[in-house]
Write a protein that binds this ligand. Structure first.
Ligand code: SIN
Ligand code: MN
Length: 266
């Protein structure tokens, strides 16, 4: 999939692009089942909320076949290569749960703020590609974006080690207010299989999920290979060290797995 010049202009203006229903409901359902299997594992990559439900699973592309294929999917990798101007490697891979009733907040932040400060990534030549595995609605803890906030560079942030189980460089309320007064605040919502591309400088957050509906989203954090991290203080499965360019697979690589699972169940 190639982005058109209108898409690229919109990405530069707003800092994100939203493509509802980019993957089929079957592809999303297969990955949702895989996510449940991953969350049931007792592994250091699976982080939990204080209630015990999964919050996020890191690096699932290294130990799960469905997520390995998604991590090399051309619908995700090709537009990222186009926007970042060359080959990309996987800096981080997360399957975020935001579980029904117990899914907790992600405070306001820029991802590149953390990658710069913790991992010494030289430039914000990196971005996120997200895929909804559940329908995301206003009710189940959607992502919140401040359009245009990526145009302000790296913003001052404090290291939040307390609010949740995941340490994050977060923005103060005055900064968020000022940015939102200019850009507003949006919550892209849509069916399972929807795809979001967003700048690593875009200011974003998500509220807790007190609805009875789960909200699973996968995030590929892709970085231009020349811009790889220089500091290795975080676990390898949080900030990856494999800087080899990702070779995209065929477009039907997930559909093929859906068919294989259906056949095995017969
Ligand atoms: C993130 O900002 O990295 C995750 C936010 C979310 O999944 O709600
Ligand atoms: Mn983030």
């Amino acid at each position: 999939m190639r982005l058109g010049s209108g898409d690229i202009a919109r990405f530069e203006q707003d800092g994100y692009l939203f493509f509802p229903g980019r993957f089929s409901l079957e592809e999303a359902a297969m990955l949702r089942t895989e996510a449940q299997a991953v969350y049931a594992m007792d592994r250091p990559e699976v982080w939990r909320e204080s209630s015990g439900v999964a919050r996020t699973a890191f690096a699932a592309h290294t130990f799960n076949e469905g997520f390995r294929r998604l991590g090399r999917h051309p619908r995700l990798i090709d537009p990222a290569m186009q926007l970042l101007g060359g080959p990309v490697y996987m800096h981080q891979y997360k399957v975020n749960a935001k579980a029904a009733f117990d899914g907790d907040v992600w405070q306001w932040h820029q991802d590149y703020g953390t990658w710069r400060r913790d991992d010494d990534m030289p430039e914000p030549r990196a971005m996120n590609v997200a895929v909804f595995l559940d329908e995301v609605t206003a009710a189940n803890g959607p992502l919140l974006f401040i359009p245009g906030s990526h145009r302000h560079g790296v913003l001052a942030a404090g290291h939040d080690l307390q609010t949740t189980s995941y340490p994050l460089w977060t923005l103060d309320r005055a900064t968020v207010t000022q940015l939102a007064e200019r850009g507003g605040c949006v919550a892209p919502t849509g069916p399972a299989g929807s795809m979001l591309l967003f700048s690593s400088l875009l200011v974003h957050a998500s509220p807790p999920n007190i609805s009875p509906f789960g909200r699973t989203i996968v995030y590929l954090s892709l970085c231009h290979v020349d811009n790889h991290i220089r500091r290795f203080q975080r676990a390898e499965w949080i900030a990856h060290r494999d800087f080899a360019p990702i070779e995209p697979m065929a477009d039907d690589c997930l559909a093929e797995l859906v068919a294989a699972h259906a056949q095995a169940a017969e």
